[in-house]
Ligand binder design. Sequence first.
Ligand code: HEM
Length: 463
Amino acid sequence: MSLPDGPKGPKLWQMLQWIATPISFMRRCRKRYGDQFTVNLARALPPIVFFSDPKALQTILTSDESELFDAPGELNVMLQPLLGTQSLMALSGDPHRRMRQLLLPSFHGERMRSYGQLIQGIAEDVMGEWQTGQPFAVRKAMQKISLRVILRAVFGLNEGARYQELERLLGSLLDELSNPASVSALYFSVLRKDLGPITPWGRFVRSRQQIDRLVFDEIAERRAHPDDSRNDILTMLMSARDEAGDRLKEQELRDELMTMLVAGHETTATALAWALHWIHKSPPVRKQLIDELQSLEDPVDPGVLFRLPYLNAVCSETLRICPVGMLTFPRVTRSQVELMGLSLDPGTVVAGCIYLAHHREEVYPDPDAFRPERFLERRYSAYEYLPFGGGARRCIGMAFAQFEMKIVLSTVLLGVELAQFGSSSVRLVRRGLTSGPSPFRMVVKERRPRMFAPAAGSAIDRV
Ligand code: HEM
């Protein structure tokens, strides 16, 4: 067995650093041990080898369903209390492939483009709540937009008591999970004790039960009154059949819906908050972006927006410099694997370190600078730039998230003039199992006259 060197401290100490200060922990490891290093996070978890060299990432992510590597969902145990054992993220092998096949059509081109006006309308509603001159919390505002978008896409719901309850409960459940005590409970089963409604885990369990009840009620109602004209993800999943002709069971539906709801809005909200931060920190970027957006003709086709070069570069650079997912999900060697001069035994757990891959000086000169132009000057390979991971577990919401980012950013930038508020610096910190900006606020300086007319018969009515 030849595992690369890594921090020597006790596992608990390594875990605490990984939870409290993941970025400086990874940067220190890289500086001290080089491109690949081994971390030991908990007694119950195997050592994990972090890789960030594009050659290593290419090998791992092009063969994670082969005799070399596997991408087992069992290693994502920390997600199970939230998403369930049938979640796509928790499944392995054939059940994982079957579930991906059932879910992927929900995120394909045409269907996704039909969400264009829906997203724009939701962004405008939320922007309407911002008072000129009053600071607002940026991430919270972006979360409000992305949660509404995903609830609408998943359930086709945007009003009624059940929708409002779901919006409220999901928002508070995920805020709860973003604090270090709750994250620790996801990693350490011993901390998952329900000691009553005022303890963090007790609150989590109660919120989850309430959410489950609402989700199961919605499924039961849809079963009782099927409506094939609906265009939402739940309708599609309920009518989907796998190769054996079987339908998804109730628990499978619940776990997949929960996975879409959680994975589908937390990450996008964070990416949007980062984008607004970087755009306003850099006046030339902001100017170039607004010029590009203002050059469009009314009404704007979401497809045109999706392909705008500078908007695309700004979104790409945002996800490079502050990747929301710091790591890919773990992969495991199935046989003896030679990689980067190491000989890894079968059963070795490895992870692609997205954050370090995105901060390699030789790939991204001056890696800590926000410079969207780099994405106009050259193309990066899928192993140099991988905010959505790759291989067998590549993010299924990739196109949806990019599309949503572009629509929301253009709607916000054309609708209001924002400015940073306060002088405290914005840092990259852990947020639950992902990373995000430390809380920051912005203020509306003025509202712009509406640039684009709302599309007639918008997709808001059609989804
Ligand atoms: C900016 C937004 C997002 C980022 C940065 C992001 C990032 C990621 C990353 C890094 C992975 C792991 C890939 C791997 O291990 O190779 C992943 C997986 C996943 N993402 Fe996303 N994601 C985003 C948005 C979304 C959205 C909008 C959805 C769904 C609506 C979604 C659903 C998923 C699912 C279901 C998986 C697991 C795939 C599997 O296990 O097969 N994500 N995402």
